[in-house]
Ligand binder design. Structure first.
Ligand code: SF4
Length: 323
């Protein structure tokens, strides 16, 4: 009987990933919400905007995207001739899935004359219905780039849209989507933790509801929250109200600081360990072993219907041009 091949383990697994990557002329891009072990193998770690920029400029022949499907799709849209791999093709996103293309088309068609701004956390089919994309890093800049007299549809995240509307003073027609991670942080637990840790700096992602954002010292995208730590108190305490994968890079940026993970609505929080934190189940589908098999098998590959890709590329390119 032929035994199935096994992935190597430990240091050998890491060495094989790096060897295969070099052999294939591949680049590994990893989102901040990936497991620490994957972040440590990446050539570049970033948020959606930073990773899209990397994907747009890489000279590597193969892009291995350690993130979720819509991110790898964006990389493929920007590199139609390249092989784009995702370690687990089922790594989806509740926010993207909250905006099906057929329903979104009806929503847009019912509002003629609106400019359609779509957060990158959406499918290629939804991007194809959009005028320009944005990420949480540049959403305000993208909205400000539209003439004040032009009405705007903003999709799919209602909470990010609400935050952008308040920041820019622009009314936005919001699609009522949300992220299952960011909409579910416990307001009560955050208040309790702030009481238990006087002086703690509360960092909140704008995909959180208004009641949670109101408790923040800093509201910003993942990279902006990381910058707040880089430029903040080196020995400070930070309450992190976003996916806790980012804490790996925060600890590297400020090794003397203390990081407290905000819990989801049900559960508690532990300093220095994560027994009830709010991890994204989709991001965490990728593992080091799946990364190895993906490199070794040159699969699974991300593919996009060429007709959709043709229309979805322009809104991303417009976003990258705005910065
Ligand atoms: Fe989607 Fe997970 Fe990101 Fe939420 S944290 S927007 S579910 S990928």
């Amino acid at each position: 009987m032929i035994q199935p091949a096994l992935a190597p383990v430990g240091a050998e697994l890491v060495a094989e990933i790096q060897r295969l990557k070099r052999e294939m002329n591949a680049v590994i891009l990893a989102h901040y919400y990936q497991d620490d072990s994957i972040q440590d193998q990446a050539d570049f770690i970033g948020d959606s905007l930073q990773l899209a920029r990397q994907a747009a400029t890489t000279s590597a022949e193969v892009i291995v995207f350690c993130g979720v499907h819509f991110m790898a799709e964006t990389a493929k849209l920007l590199n139609p001739a390249k092989l784009v791999l995702l370690p687990d093709l089922l790594a989806g996103c509740s926010l993207s899935e909250s905006c099906p293309a057929d329903r979104f088309k009806a929503f847009v068609d019912a509002r003629p004359g609106h400019v359609v701004i779509t957060y990158v956390n959406s499918s290629a089919a939804v991007k194809a219905l959009s005028d320009i994309c944005c990420t949480s890093s540049n959403a305000c800049a993208v909205v400000r780039s539209i003439p004040a007299s032009t009405p705007i549809i903003f999709a799919p995240d209602q909470f990010l849209g609400d935050w952008v509307s308040r920041e820019t003073g622009r009314p936005l027609v919001l699609w009522q989507g949300s992220c299952e991670v960011h909409e579910n942080f416990s307001q009560n637990a955050i208040v309790r933790l702030q009481g238990e840790h006087p002086g703690i700096i509360t960092l909140v992602h704008p995909e959180c509801p208004l009641a949670v954002r109101a408790l923040a010292d800093v509201v910003g995208s993942t990279s902006q929250l990381l910058d707040a730590v880089r430029t903040g108190k080196r020995d400070g305490s930070y309450l992190v109200v976003t996916e806790p994968g980012i804490i790996h890079q925060m600890r590297k940026a400020a090794p003397g600081a203390t990081f407290v993970m905000a819990p989801a609505e049900v559960g508690g929080s532990q300093i220095g360990s994560c027994s009830h934190c709010n991890t994204c189940p989709h991001m965490r589908r990728n593992t080091l072993e799946k990364l190895y098999w993906c490199l070794r098998n040159r699969a699974p590959e991300v593919r996009i219907d060429p007709a959709i890709a043709e229309r979805a590329r322009l809104p991303i390119e417009r976003m990258i041009a705005i910065g």
